[in-house]
Write a protein that binds this ligand. Structure first.
Ligand code: MSP
Length: 530
């Protein structure tokens, strides 16, 4: 069986409701998965939740609930958001599920049985919000030298001195350094590659502690060979990427899914994915060919110049944006998806603001895309009884050729952008076509052609426009699935499948075919229901 395109998202901590940052990774992952499906590939998109550890245990305690009851509640908020956003995941894994616990324990036992773990005392620092160990040497090597705040989230660190089971890191350092150098696309984008390459030029900590003492952290996967310990939450969570493919359980399924084609993550969890994760896989005996193919770390959304935080009270809740700020928009979730994917190049940091969101809605979506569809469909209603007109003998004329060529070659430009996960660039090339189609309407002025005695030219122009809209609708599917479906309906294409390959074929619409019901895709705010 051929390899399935396997995309993963991080597993989100269920200590609080999801925010814009979580939605960003899932929208990007969904867009990538949909794009590959549109190309006709087998795709598997995995998301889920990270439900163990000290921080969740604490959050449950603060809520006055048992950890399991607490996570059962919060996980529903994530699922509801993914539904609202149209995230087309193939599986949702919770780290508290038996299927996951089994694989984590099997991995621990394997490492233990093969004598790969060391029992020792860890003396260093711990950041509970990030669930991350920091050794004194690592802190000292950071710009600014040793300080007692977490280098990643800047919150206070806790001194810990605890015995447990450790996985050697330094021993695998040469292997990893060579692997990273030989696989230049393993860590993306380039800035993140540089970050890891330079970390690997310094000595790594000797070991990573992969257990926590049960008396400090009760909420975790029991370590099969050590009653006093539970599994360190990052070891637990990372394993999810191989749990679902069936590592050690179902070899046939494992070989169709694994290795992951893309692990999508945020830049704050790069070290865990680009250093710990390959070292764990290597220790489990996976060969170089079975390492993940790409880890892509995106940037962070800020509000103004500030990081989002509970204490600043500036957390952007996607549900509020969609149901309140964008209230009355029939495709509000798509507007939000469009904004996140279009506003900043994937990999860089960005700033969320209501003004920027509204500006994108008004200019790109309502003025450009919405207008193109509305004007075209309305003119076909007025001049062609709402049916796809028959074009002139050649299907288009010299004047139409540049636009037709731009549309037929769109897939190639889209692919260039999507291969490097440049969603903003991909949307830009689609919207360039939209802009050119609007300009074509102005230049061709179908309303004037309608006054001439022969309808052929009018019909050709309107036919060219419907073909352009068909190509735009298909191309938009990964980014704005509901909008794409709505345009498809307006073209009267109903259940005809949308396939990327059909964007490089001209004249797929049949003359005489009735268009569907006309609708305004992005109503202006005055007309939005209040
Ligand atoms: N549970 C771990 C991941 C384990 S994966 C095996 C975790 N969870 S998290 O909920 O804290 O974060 C999940 C993702 O959300 C991370 O990729 C993180 O980068 C992303 N974001 C959190 N805040 C963000 C922004 N403000 N902006 C963009 N993404 C951010 O880490």
């Amino acid at each position: 069986m051929s390899k399935t395109f396997y995309v993963t998202t991080p597993l989100y901590y269920v200590n609080a409701a999801p925010h814009i940052g979580h939605s960003y990774t899932n929208i990007a992952a969904d867009c990538l998965a949909r794009y590959h499906r549109l190309k006709g590939e087998e795709v598997f998109l995995l998301t889920g939740t990270d439900e163990h550890g000290q921080k969740i245990e604490q959050a449950a305690k603060d809520a006055g609930l048992q950890p399991k009851a607490f996570v059962d509640q919060v996980v529903e908020r994530f699922k509801a958001l993914w539904q609202l956003l149209g995230i087309s995941y193939d599986d949702f894994i919770r780290t508290t599920e038996a299927r996951h616990v089994r694989v984590v324990q099997a991995c621990l036992s394997r490492l233990h049985d093969e004598d790969k773990l060391l029992h020792a005392t860890y003396q260093g620092w711990y950041c509970t919000p990030c669930e991350t160990f920091w050794t004194t040497d690592e802190l000292a090597a950071r710009p600014g030298g040793a300080s007692l705040v977490c280098p990643s989230c800047q919150r206070p660190l806790e001194a810990v001195n605890e015995e447990g089971w450790h996985l050697p890191l330094r021993q695998a350092q040469d292997w990893l350094r060579n692997f990273v150098r030989d696989h230049r696309t393993f860590i993306q984008p380039q800035t993140r590659y540089n970050e890891i390459a330079s970390l690997l030029d310094q000595p790594l900590p000797e070991y990573l502690c992969i257990t926590r003492p049960r008396q400090r952290v009760g909420w975790g996967i029991p370590v099969p060979f050590s009653e006093q310990h539970v599994t360190y939450v990052w070891f637990d969570a990372l394993i999810n990427y191989i749990t679902v493919p069936g590592f050690g359980q179902d070899q046939a399924r494992f070989s169709t899914l694994w290795p992951a084609d893309v692990h999508l993550i945020g830049k704050d969890i790069l070290r865990h994915h680009a250093i710990y994760w390959p070292i764990v896989l290597h220790a489990l005996g996976l060969p170089d060919e079975a390492m993940p193919r790409m880890i892509f770390a995106h940037g962070w959304w800020k509000v103004g110049e500030q990081k989002m935080s509970k204490s600043l009270g500036n957390i952007v809740d996607p549900t509020v944006v969609i149901t309140q700020l964008l209230k009355g928009q029939p495709h509000a979730a798509d507007v939000y998806r469009y904004f996140l994917l279009r506003e900043i190049p994937f990999g860089q940091d960005g700033t969320f603001s209501e003004e920027a969101l509204m500006k994108r809605l008004e200019s790109d979506l309502a003025n450009d895309l919405g207008n193109l569809v509305h004007r075209t469909v309305s003119m076909i209603a007025r001049y062609c009884q709402g049916k796809v007109p028959a074009p002139g003998p050649v299907g288009c004329a010299v004047d139409d050729e540049p636009l037709r060529q731009e549309a037929l070659s769109l897939a190639a430009r889209l692919d260039d952008a999507m291969q490097v996960l440049n969603f903003a660039q991909a949307l830009e090339v689609i919207f360039q076509l939209v802009t050119h189609a609007n300009r074509y309407i102005e230049v061709q002025a179908p309303w004037q052609l309608a006054t001439t005695s022969s309808p052929t030219r009018l019909h050709t122009v309107l036919f060219v426009l419907t073909e352009i809209i068909r190509i735009v609708a298909i191309s938009l599917e990964p980014f704005m699935p509901a909008t794409s479906a709505a345009i498809w309906e307006q073209l009267g294409l109903g259940r005809t499948p949308r396939r990327l390959a059909d964007t490089s074929r001209w004249a797929q619409l049949q003359a005489g075919q009735p268009l569907g019901k006309r609708d305004v895709l992005f109503p202006r705010s005055q007309t939005v229901a209040s």
